[in-house]
Write a protein that binds this ligand. Structure first.
Ligand code: DWN
Length: 394
């Protein structure tokens, strides 16, 4: 096995560990953040993985329901899965605040969720969704009957032991059951320079071939794949047990593998070149912000995503550039960003302050956000979208 460095973002705080006002005088742990490509498994993984309990704790503040785009994506997915597979029991691993299972439940499907973070699981339980507050894996027995649809959206990349996690599906899935894995596609991360999605919460950065190999090791077979626009471009992989009648192979798989092969994802060269582009983006973003501040204009950040904290801390952007950031998540409002310690206010404060520029940190939702903030143009406000390359939009 040999490793090729993919990206080194220095030392970074845990991206979802927001600080209270009382904590501003306290020290804050920063941990090495780099990721490397394994030339045998084709997995790209963090070089220094932190214990999952440090990352996914009882106060975890990411609520999947904070985006109408993502909620619409979840509802469409639920409708499609019911139409295609007509499941009787749906189990979601990493079920967050019930953003997805609520749609299956409304359509009369029996559901339950696995979610290690009580902060978000409590919201799912308030929706009447049975939720086990625990991490999932091969030793976690799901009571009978076994699930005929298991869902793992934006969680496969979030587990420190991907083999143990995947083996849990082999154990829990009904003989003709289906499991779907949805995750940001490594191909888009590289081609669209999404380096800010590299952070301590994401232990792996996944290609279809790498995921197929992991599933194969645990008697699961990929039988279909979809390319999705969500979260900067994701894959949805469909898998079943190796002896299932579903273990066929849709042509979409060949298409996506072809894209990955043509992009060089199975060779070291593309990873060696990525680090240079990350540095270029940092310099271009700083150049743009320095020009804006030299002119005497003001900038407010919109959104307090984990990726935004990676971007700000890697580029050294703090109160010297941004006045504050705003976010619709109640659990984040009044808190401070890890590292930069920028205050998180309610979106109303942006309208009161009337900044000359709004830096969109969750660029993956830029259309939704620019739609919500269209009124900033009334005072001549402009948007800055940092990824794939810094762009100012009037
Ligand atoms: O894998 C993960 C992805 C799926 O989501 C997890 N690591 C956690 C999370 O990562 P993130 O925090 O980088 O993701 P988002 O979804 O880009 O974060 C959006 C942030 O922006 C949230 O704090 C909510 C906020 N927001 C807002 O204030 N107004 C979002 C929208 C769409 C808005 O209109």
């Amino acid at each position: 096995m040999s490793k090729v460095l993919f990206a080194n973002l220095g030392v970074q705080p845990i991206p979802n560990n927001f600080l209270s006002k009382e904590q501003l005088g306290d020290p804050e742990p920063f941990y090495p953040l780099s990721a490397s490509f394994d030339t045998e498994t084709f997995l790209v993984q963090l070089d220094y993985p932190l214990p999952r309990e440090v990352i996914f704790n009882a106060g975890y503040p990411y609520f999947s329901s904070q985006s109408t785009t993502f909620l619409a994506h979840a509802q469409t997915f639920a409708n499609e899965m019911i139409h295609r597979f007509n499941p009787k029991l749906v189990v979601e691993i990493g079920s967050n605040d019930g953003y997805l299972l609520q749609f299956f439940k409304r359509m009369g499907v029996r559901v339950f969720g696995y979610e290690p973070c009580l902060s978000v699981a409590a919201y799912a339980r308030n929706k009447g969704i049975t939720t086990i507050v625990d991490f999932f894996g091969s030793t976690k027995q799901i009571r009978e009957p076994k699930a005929d649809l298991m869902i793992a959206n934006n969680v496969l990349a979030h587990v420190p032991d991907i083999d143990d996690f995947v083996d849990g599906f082999r154990v829990a899935l009904a003989p003709e059951g289906v499991v779907t894995f949805e995750f940001p596609h490594l191909l888009n991360l590289i081609q669209q320079n999404q380096f800010d999605t590299i952070y301590h919460e994401h232990y792996s950065y996944l290609s279809l071939v790498a995921v197929t190999r992991v599933l194969d090791r645990h008697d699961l077979r990929v039988f279909d794949v979809e390319q999705l626009p969500v979260h900067g471009g994701s894959l949805r992989v469909f898998a079943c047990l190796k002896d299932s009648k579903r273990a066929t192979r849709y042509k979409n798989i060949t298409v996506v593998i072809g894209l990955e092969h043509d992009a060089g994802l199975y060779k070291p060269a593309v990873y060696e070149g990525f680090a240079k582009r990350v540095c270029q983006t940092k310099r271009r973003l700083l150049d743009a912000l320095i020009d804006i501040k030299a002119y005497g204009d003001t900038i407010v950040g919109y959104g307090a995503p984990a990726k935004g904290n990676t971007l700000l801390n890697y580029c050294g952007i703090g109160k010297d550039f941004l006045e504050f950031v705003v976010d619709t998540t109640p659990a984040k409002q009044g808190m401070y960003l890890p590292g930069s310690r920028l205050e998180i206010r309610r979106p109303l404060e942006l309208d009161k302050f009337k900044p000359d520029y709004v830096l969109i940190l969750p660029w993956n939702f830029k259309d939704e956000i620019m739609g919500k903030l269209d009124h900033i143009r009334n005072w001549g406000g402009k948007f800055i979208v940092p990824i794939p390359t810094p762009e100012i939009i009037k």
